[in-house]
Design a binder for this molecule. Sequence first.
Ligand SMILES: *[C@@H]1O[C@H](CO)[C@@H](O)[C@H](O)[C@H]1NC(C)=O
Ligand SMILES: *[C@@H]1O[C@H](CO)[C@@H](O)[C@H](O)[C@H]1NC(C)=O
Length: 206
Amino acid sequence: MLATLWLLSLSLPTSWAQILVSCAYKSLCQQALLSGNDVVLQCDHLKARWYFSSILGEDVLLLSSVPNIKKLPGGSLQLTNPQPSQTGLYHCEDNDSALVVEYEIDFQDVTTLHITHKGLGQKPLQNETLSLGGKELIFTHWDPWQDCNCCGEPGEHKRLGYCYIEEPLEKPMPCWLYLQEEKVQYRRMWPEMQVEACLIPCDHIK
Ligand SMILES: *[C@@H]1O[C@H](CO)[C@@H](O)[C@H](O)[C@H]1NC(C)=O
Ligand SMILES: *[C@@H]1O[C@H](CO)[C@@H](O)[C@H](O)[C@H]1NC(C)=O
């Protein structure tokens, strides 16, 4: 029980610094992120105009009236404490209404984070096939391991993983972007965090 409480403390939104997401000029990039963690979507255009369309099929709206979203002076968009409901398409255009960059962001719910510790023999979520009749695979797409939290003595490091769905021969997609407005919920649709012991010598740091 103690171990569980301690692990949960790792999942506080403050554990991660603000994340910068960028994408090539005139391109569309897809990304899964954790809700509750501040993010900046890059758009280098001084007169950038941003539009958002939700995966729930709501109307496109000009992003000036949303309280937790701010346009930075250089044109990029800052989202403070983004919510799963803000999953969708972020479109940045220039003053001539030409596309600069687009992001499809899946804010996966940090409150459902599935945390496992390797040293305690806990296993991450298993791959599963969807019951939609197709051959879609639902799995966790892992980020690289983060740095060990100390050196010269046993420490721990962690990695984050996001729910993805893959069809044979297709590029995997973040779960909520894949399912869009389909109201289905799968038990397996959680982001994950895995914790593991690590031991690194101090002279390897810096
Ligand atoms: C957009 O900005 C560019 C450069 O600042 C300018 O040359 C162009 O006339 C502007 N277009 C409109 C429609 O305002
Ligand atoms: C789960 O599926 C992913 C994506 O196809 C694959 O990379 C991974 O190796 C699979 N994991 C297991 C345990 O089969």
